[in-house]
Design a protein around this ligand. Structure first.
Ligand code: ATP
Length: 262
């Protein structure tokens, strides 16, 4: 369960004051897959950083699993876009996946089992002895996902995790994330620039306005739970939903004068 109540975030420094988040309120119930889309710079990454306990809110409150966030919450994992920077190049794949488990004090045999299962889930069993820089971008991102899965989070935050991979890998990773979500029953908040991706993945799409950010639209995605890249994306309902989200984004990014009477 995630709760964001009247979140307000201002960056203040070096003579520059930026209101990244205006007044944001929404919650994500236990086990839901929610996607967040919004114009560039509207504060999506800021929102995730506050939820992950990496950045303090200026005002308002965020709660994860019923507890106010003041530091990285237990049971929460984050997968960032920049997998290149999130994996340790001097550690082999398996050691990268086991590292957060070690930090949690999980015994060696249990760590090995969790890492083995997670690497199998992302089809990387063969790569466990490789270093991250020996892998392709898509494989590195699968390692980052395996690390999050092995941690067995209750809440998973993903910040544009597939922005830097090619289209085919992206489609595969989307399906991987949906199957992981279905298997783990994790509460998932997924930030993306890609409207089609948000509609394909989520049970719900939250559209944010341009800064100072608020929720512009909160749309239930009533597509069947069994999704696949061909059938789902050619479903007329998919097209309808993506058009709704697209229209809403256009509205929130349009200059204030657009559409006003002459
Ligand atoms: N550390 C920082 N210091 C000052 N301003 C910042 C900082 N981080 C972000 N900002 C500003 O806050 C606003 C929101 O940034 P943020 O990265 O959260 O948006 P975003 O929606 O994730 O952007 P994008 O979609 O382009 O990734 C932007 O105006 C940005 O310039």
């Amino acid at each position: 369960m995630l709760e964001v109540k009247n979140l307000h975030k201002v960056y203040d420094g070096h003579g520059r004051r930026v209101t990244a988040v205006g007044d944001l309120t929404f919650s994500v119930p236990e086990g839901q897959f929610a996607c967040v889309v919004g114009p560039s710079g509207c504060g999506k990454t800021t929102l995730l950083r506050v939820l992950a306990g990496l950045l303090p809110a200026t005002a308002g409150e965020v709660r994860v699993q019923d507890a106010p966030v003041t530091a990285p919450p237990p049971g929460l994992a984050v997968v960032f876009q920049e997998y290149g920077r999130s994996l340790f190049p001097w550690l082999r794949v398996r050691d990268n996946v086991e590292l957060p488990l070690k930090a949690q004090g999980i015994a060696r045999a249990e760590r090995r089992k969790l890492a083995t299962d997670a690497l199998a889930a992302v089809a990387l069993s063969d790569a466990d002895g490789a270093y991250p820089w020996q892998l392709s971008g898509g494989m590195q991102q699968r390692v980052a996902i395996a690390r999050a899965i092995a941690f067995q989070p209750k809440v998973l935050l993903m910040d544009e995790p597939f922005a830097a991979v090619d289209a085919q890998t992206r489609a595969d990773l989307e399906d991987l994330v949906r199957s992981v979500w279905q298997r783990l029953g994790v509460t998932l908040l997924f930030v993306t620039h890609d409207i089609d991706e948000a509609v394909y993945l989520g049970q719900r799409v939250i559209v944010l306005s341009a800064s100072p950010t608020t929720v512009a639209e909160d749309l239930a995605i009533d597509l069947p739970a069994d999704r696949d890249q061909l059938t789902t994306r050619s479903d007329p309902r998919f097209t309808e939903l993506r058009s709704q989200v697209y229209a809403r984004i256009r509205k929130v990014t349009a200059p204030a004068s657009e559409g006003a009477p002459a």
